[in-house]
Design a protein around this ligand. Structure first.
Ligand SMILES: Nc1ccn([C@@H]2O[C@H](COP(=O)(O)OP(=O)(O)OP(=O)(O)O)[C@@H](O)[C@H]2O)c(=O)n1
Ligand SMILES: C[C@](O)(CO)[C@H](O)COP(=O)(O)O
Length: 237
């Protein structure tokens, strides 16, 4: 019997508060270049809709701001899940469990992507898919360190200069099999900060796929003006 091809489901955790961004509203709903941050993020995956089996946006219970931010959501194949948790890991796990409950197979792929990384491009997502779809483990977009790396002592002075040759910044999307990822996140608990970390903790080695410095996570107040400049630069004639 021929094996059916594994499907690709996108899960976007969108239930954070954005405390480091310094605004009253959750940062994912702040406008950037005329659209809410999360609307830019969703648009990237809509551009790949033909390759995807579905997109789940996981927001906090009772979140109303998402409706103004994404007035045309959900479209066909999209689902709004108001089951975000107190940590990113809990939010992601809620999205994965909902996929499984609605028929996703353990061998199908999840592409987990931060709502707060609105500058990722369809081409970068496709590069991750191409690198991982025949891999036994899966992997993540990541970026090599561009700067010299220091560790700090308790006095705020440099304790050492570290070898950066093997250091990468973890980005998203992160692409893993749904069954393995649920199992890994359940074992890891809520302290784990990305999907790859949970997969590593069960003894597997995710693939590092080169991303881009522009795929940064909007975290601090100054990140918003930079993201706006990047987005406007992309649409400039
Ligand atoms: N309980 C949480 C925490 C985070 N996230 C999401 O995970 C992504 C990455 O998290 P981060 O940028 O660290 O978000 P916040 O927790 O919102 O930011 P902060 O740590 O500054 O409060 C974001 O899309 C955020 O909405 C989530 O869905 N649920
Ligand atoms: C998943 C992540 O984007 C990888 O860099 C990041 O870890 C999420 O942010 P957090 O501050 O660790 O929740």
């Amino acid at each position: 019997m021929p094996q059916s091809r594994a499907r690709l489901f996108v899960v976007i955790p969108c239930a954070g508060s954005g405390s480091r961004a310094g605004s009253r509203e959750p940062k994912q709903y702040r406008p950037i270049a005329g659209l809410a941050m999360v609307a830019h993020t969703v648009a990237v995956f809509r551009a790949l809709a033909g390759q995807l089996a579905g997109l789940t946006l996981v927001v906090s219970p009772g979140d109303q701001a998402v409706h103004a931010a994404l007035p045309d959501f959900p479209r066909v194949g999209e689902r709004l899940l108001p089951e975000g948790g107190p940590t990113r890991a809990a939010t992601v796990l809620a999205g994965l469990r909902a996929l499984r409950a609605e028929g996703a197979a353990d061998t199908d792929w999840a592409l987990v992507h931060d709502a707060a990384r609105c500058l990722v491009t369809p081409e970068q997502v496709e590069a991750l898919i191409a690198a991982c779809e025949h891999d036994a483990v899966g992997g993540l977009l990541a970026h090599r360190l561009a700067d010299t790396l220091k560790s700090a002592g308790p006095d705020g002075r440099v304790a050492a200069t570290l070898d950066r040759g093997d250091k990468w910044l973890a980005q998203t999307p992160q692409m893993f099999r749904i069954g393995a990822l649920i199992d890994a996140l359940e074992r890891a608990g809520e302290g784990v900060t990305d999907e790859a970390g949970a997969i590593e903790a069960i003894g597997l080695a995710p693939l590092l796929v080169p991303g881009s410095a522009q795929n940064f996570k909007l975290t601090y107040p100054e990140d918003f003006a930079l993201a706006e400049a990047v987005l406007k630069g992309r649409t400039a004639p």
